[in-house]
Write a protein that binds this ligand. Structure first.
Ligand code: CP3
Length: 354
């Protein structure tokens, strides 16, 4: 009797995780920063129903739906947890509000006494809805798709905590770090501890990889970049690895410029998120082959779509060919982006043979 053919075994390790472990597969995995958000009509609808952005983040049923919305439309390789980097200061007891059309407002910290008010008393309780979201998404996600957990890196979170808002300059925060380095260090240490707890719980609940958003890393001159960006990030990476040696970690030090290769080597991240400004061919030359690069289409090209976008996407794919690579934007999806352009992007990526 003829033997039944062996069932084809498909790996259950998500493609995105394979790339982060240095493998070059048959297609380039992709996801987009801010893939769940205001460019999607279904997001805007649920956001209205939830009443506020915070309510959306802290209602697991809604947050699970929003996390999965982009994957209902497009064949992305990963979902990213729907939450925000500022839930960590909120869980440490800082006041947080998202003002319609303006952005986040926090009760700014300026004295050592202000720092003393930050505490871990309700930390895990306040973040419990986020952990429930991770569990809920993981239950619904197919095995070959990854769930990316995330947090802000300590420097970027500290910028918002001291400045109280996102003004792109963060002069008060930078002056605080320069004038009172010891006090600032205790703030960074507190955030680092909180972020470690937060990410470890996300991983325990099912996150397959985590990304650290250091959106304002580029504001720092080299010695401060070393101290406030590389130092705390390296400590976070080793803390996570101590408990989960195989969990891939992506670092996104936006604006790091010439410091990108040093950041990758000194922090030990598996993945390196490139911003729009940095040259991909340069980063491919300068960074170790051990790190999986991620990026870096200009979000404006996704907004524009058409032939211009296609040319740019193909340039990026050709350059990264043969290296472990994750396709992404250099920053988040712009809210005016037509959803059809994301469909066009997905089609180009899937048609490209590695
Ligand atoms: O899809 C995803 O990427 C996951 C969800 C996510 C959000 N924020 C949702 C969000 C992620 C990963 C973030 C990260 C985040 N949040 C960063 C780092 C990345 C970056 O953009 O540099 C920062 C700096 C923040 C802080 C933050 N949150 C700001 C400055 C703002 C206001 C600006 C804006 O775009 O409105 C937010 C609000 C926010 N976070 C929105 C979303 C979808 C818009 C809120 C709304 O619906 O009104």
């Amino acid at each position: 009797m003829a033997q039944a053919p062996k069932e084809q075994t498909t790996s259950t390790v998500p493609y995105l995780v394979q790339a982060l472990h240095g493998q070059v597969g048959t297609h380039v995995p992709f996801w987009l920063m801010r893939q769940a958000g205001r460019y999607l009509p279904e997001y805007r609808e649920l956001r209205k129903k939830a009443g506020s952005f915070m309510n959306l983040c802290f209602t697991p049923e809604h947050a699970v739906t929003v996390t999965l919305q982009p994957l209902e439309r497009y064949d992305m390789d990963a979902a990213i947890l729907f939450s925000d980097i500022l839930v960590v200061p909120y869980a440490l007891g800082q006041t947080l509000d998202f003002v319609e059309g303006e952005g986040p407002r926090l009760g700014a910290l300026s004295t050592p006494e202000d720092l003393d008010h930050l505490n871990f008393d309700d930390f895990e309780k306040k973040l419990d809805p986020v952990y429930q979201t991770v569990t809920g998404v993981k239950e619904r996600l197919p095995a070959h798709k990854a769930l990316i957990g995330f947090a802000g890196a300590p420097w970027t979170v500290a910028c918002y905590m001291v400045q109280g808002r996102g003004d792109g300059e963060f002069t008060a925060a930078r002056a605080f770090a320069a004038n009172q380095p010891d006090v600032f260090e205790s703030l960074i240490d507190k955030i680092t501890e909180a972020t470690a707890l937060y990410l470890l719980r996300q991983i325990a609940c099912g996150a397959d990889a985590v990304q650290l958003f250091d959106s304002w890393a580029g504001l720092l001159p080299e010695p401060m970049f070393e101290k406030w960006v590389i130092g705390p990030t390296a400590r976070l990476v080793s803390r996570i690895r101590g408990q989960y040696p195989d969990i891939p970690i992506i670092g996104f030090p936006r604006g790091a410029g010439a410091m990108y290769p040093r950041y990758a080597a000194a922090t030990g991240v598996n993945g390196l998120g490139l911003d729009t400004q940095v040259s991909l061919s340069w980063a491919l030359r300068e960074c170790s082959r051990d790190v999986c690069l991620q990026g870096n289409l200009d979000p404006v090209h996704l907004l524009a779509g058409g032939q211009a976008m296609e040319t740019e996407v193909l340039r990026i794919l050709e350059q990264a060919k043969g290296r472990p690579f994750i396709f992404n934007l250099g920053h988040g999806v712009i809210k005016e982006t037509p959803p059809e352009h994301v469909a066009q992007l997905a089609a180009i990526l899937r048609a490209f043979k590695v």
